[in-house]
Design a protein around this ligand. Structure first.
Ligand SMILES: [Zn+2]
Length: 65
């Protein structure tokens, strides 16, 4: 499931990423210049926590579906 976009550090193209895969260490490549983006091992816990908080916020917001 694609739910986020990250601007390519090289060409600024919006790269579709799955945040949950990203925090698991999966790399995504830019569709324009093929630059690989991914998290370094040491930043994973920080992002994981951010995603966790984001999920909690989503649960708190009213769902219309
Ligand atoms: Zn690029």
């Amino acid at each position: 499931m694609i739910d986020q976009y990250i601007p390519c550090p090289v060409c600024k193209t919006q790269i579709p990423i799955d945040l949950h895969l990203l925090v698991q260490g999966v790399q995504f490549s830019c569709p324009n210049c093929q630059a690989a983006i991914g998290l370094s091992a040491e930043s994973r816990p920080i992002v994981n926590e951010a995603v966790d908080n984001f999920e909690k916020l989503k649960r708190l917001s009213p769902q219309k579906e």
